[in-house]
Design a protein around this ligand. Sequence first.
Ligand code: URP
Ligand code: ZN
Ligand code: ZN
Length: 463
Amino acid sequence: MALLIRGGRIVTATDDYAADIYCQDETITRIERGIDPRSLAPGTEVVDAAGKYVFPGFVDPHVHIYLPFMGTYAADDYASASKAALAGGTTTLIEMICPGPADEPFEAFQLWRSKAEPLAAVDYTFHMSVVRFEESVRDQFRRIVQAGVASFKVFLAYKGALNLSDEHLFATLKLAKELGVIVTAHCENADAIDALQKALLAAGKTGPEWHGPSRPPVVEADGVHHLCTFAELLGTHVYIVHTSCDAAVREALAARYRGVNVWIESVIPHFVLDETYAERPQFEGARYVMSPPLRHAANQEVLWNGVKSRAISTIATDHAPFRFRGQKDMGRDAFTKIPNGIPSIQERVDLVHTRGVTAGRLSLQTMVDACSTQAARLFGLYPKKGAIQVGSDADLVVYDPAFHGTFSKECSYSNVDYNAYEGWERTGRASVVTVRGQVQVRDGEFVGTIGRGEFLKREPTHF
Ligand code: URP
Ligand code: ZN
Ligand code: ZN
């Protein structure tokens, strides 16, 4: 299987130049100007990239596909999520394994792998959530790391479900430091949220518009501060997921200036949607309930500028797909029962291109850095992923910057019954997407092979 991408403008996190890319046996083997067609293997597939960008495949470091959560299950499986990801130019997913506190961690790891293996068309790996930490499970986490999952996830939020006690959090960060793995963290103070939720419901404030007030910015900033205090004590490397607001970004940066090994992720809904969406009447706002919640619009420029200055390392999705009918509407009588999440796996890159690059907020290179290369570097996938280099996997996105259209449910592969960005104008689209040298998408349509995706075994980084 050989592939030539001819005549494109190659854009990586550091470079921008014209060249052809030749791929054999799933990897990039030549990057040269004007590769002579006579030098190609017989049967080489040729993709004309004239007038288009060629990006490294995008990496989404924070998705949920199989997710038992808030009394239901996320609506995607690996087939629908892969198609959606690929149609949007994302070729690698890092999914959160989220078992319940009573589950055995190693069994959970095997369960999540079994969901991915037959259906993935993207390459994938996992962050392993630690929702309890006792001596009896320590060895299971060691085995999971040995099996190639070199990052943990902790929740400071979701009291009574996923959140860790301080004792368990400390022990988890200590083990992570010993093993050389990074800890990703959902940072919101669970007890403060619980108290605010109870007070709001008791006052008859039950609609989705009260989700935001139940978890204000200070609750998130407090969570970031708390995690960073433990990371400072132990020297563990931590990665704050879905950082949504100025106050939380400032806490993380203040910790970084103190020497804490902390990285910041933000997710696409927080860049482009604000709190007014969750305030839409007649329960329409439920579509826009996620945690941390959508914020006041003033925070959006903070996030864009954070990415531009590289203070914020990654733009992920936190894709957590729940249908409006039958799932989101479980919370009609209380916003605390609305499954949290805004599906965005297909729209992320096009939104960053439309609202970030073409709006003049980000350069193309910064877009590639934040949507691909940084995630690959932080989570031990670089330069196999996140790069266009000889020897890198031939995961490539031939991107048409001149495409104009709109986002819609009709064009989306996710198993949900709405699109949070319905009718929005978009500029740009992935024309051709390859995973390890095989074309998986043409002109926004999935044309690939379900089940071809591979589990990416990662080594601890030891930083
Ligand atoms: O609203 C969200 N973020 N849903 C998914 C679970 C999580 O907290 O990441
Ligand atoms: Zn979260
Ligand atoms: Zn999440």
